[in-house]
Design a protein around this ligand. Structure first.
Ligand code: ATP
Length: 351
């Protein structure tokens, strides 16, 4: 278990990289830190690892306060984006390196390295040097080295980001299976929301040194707590439209929708609907967003349709099955099936 109490980190020059982080990561949990560049993900991971000292706050690993302990005494294994495996050592020596540091006898560490290598399908490569390995193989060596020392936690900083798209997907599935088997608490930094959704038991979405929302992938995807999280998550961006309560209805981008209870005229509302949660109608409907089809983008199994409204609001995007898209220039209506309502940028209710 990893517990963070009121962590702050102010770098020289006054950058607040971490700003009051309170978090408990459960034993065996796969936890992702997600957020845009510069939000503090790496600083938080490095603070857990002991590579950064927090300005204030405490870090506990299990019941031990490790805030003042150096990295080597925290029982964590970190895997970086660039793997940092030693170029002059072969695979066995790389994997066994942390055991050498712990003064494990040579025969024992070679046996252990072979055992971990077998788990990661590296047996045939044990005598190769990193220069003779592919990016995916190097990444597995870095993982094997982390596993070999049996840490209390794995700390991963974008470990898949140097892999090409296909290898990255394979490595993701592999990593998820491995983490399930080993059941070691894992903190994983990524700026790739699809990766976080696919891998994590829980995700923290960060912005400017703070955790904006902590929840399961389903929570984060279906109930984003703020419009920032809503706009950050999803392979096609959520439509975020200004909404006005008036005359007992909610008026959004040319549609007249049922008004949820408790709203007052003048509330600054935003209506959020994912492109995947709308249907296309070719006949007018009062409860749908009118427009003209202006762009069609092929997503393989689906097509992303952009509707240009006649006046006023920004365009609306929805996803239809491939082949179901009418031609550009067709008048059309987007019918929302499932939506969210935000007041002042904060989730008010799901619709
Ligand atoms: P990225 O996805 O780009 O790696 P990140 O979310 O991991 O970003 P951090 O690397 O944690 O972000 O940086 C958080 C903030 O702290 C940034 O504004 C960064 O410029 C600043 N920062 C990081 N390290 C230092 C440092 N050693 N000295 C001063 N400022 C730093």
């Amino acid at each position: 278990m990893i517990t963070l109490h009121d962590l702050t980190k102010v770098f020289p020059g006054g950058v607040h990289a971490l700003d009051g982080i309170d978090l408990t990561i459960a034993d065996g949990e796969f936890f992702a830190l997600l957020g845009p560049s510069g939000c503090g993900k790496t600083t938080l991971l490095r603070t857990i690892a002991g590579l950064e000292t927090p300005t204030t706050g405490r870090v506990h690993i299990n019941t031990t306060d490790v805030t003042a302990l150096p990295p080597g005494r925290r029982d964590v294994a970190m895997v970086f984006q660039d793997y940092a495996i030693f170029p002059h050592m072969d695979v066995t020596t790389n994997i066994a390196y942390p055991l050498r540091v712990k003064k494990v006898p040579r025969a024992e560490r070679t046996a252990k390295a072979a055992d971990v290598a077998a788990r990661l399908s590296l047996t045939a490569l044990l005598h190769r040097r990193p220069a003779e390995l592919s990016g995916g193989q190097q990444q597995r060596v870095a993982l094997a080295r982390a596993i070999a020392c049996h840490p209390a936690a794995f700390l991963f900083d974008e470990p898949l980001s140097n892999l090409d798209a296909r290898l990255r997907l394979e490595a993701r599935t592999f990593l998820k299976r491995l983490q399930r088997e080993l059941a070691v608490t894992t903190v994983f930094v990524t700026h790739d929301q699809a990766e976080a959704l696919a891998l994590a038991d829980r995700i923290a979405v960060m912005s400017q040194g703070r955790m904006i929302q902590v929840g399961t992938p389903a929570d984060i995807f279906h109930r984003p707590a703020t419009t920032f999280v809503a706009s950050f998550i999803g392979s096609t961006p959520m439509n975020l439209l200004p909404a006005h309560p008036a005359d007992g209805a909610l008026h959004v981008a040319g549609a007249t929708l049922p008004l949820p209870a408790g709203l007052t005229p003048g509330d600054p509302l935003t209506y959020g609907v994912r492109p995947e949660y709308m249907d296309l109608s070719l006949t007018p409907r009062p409860d749908a967003f009118p427009g003209t089809i202006s762009v069609l983008e092929n997503l393989g199994t689906h097509t992303l349709v952009t509707l240009e409204p006649g006046t006023g609001t920004t365009h609306i995007q929805l996803v239809v099955p491939e082949g179901a898209e009418p031609p550009i220039g067709t008048p059309a209506w987007a019918v929302p099936r499932r939506a969210l309502l935000y007041r002042d940028g904060t989730l008010l209710t799901t619709l």
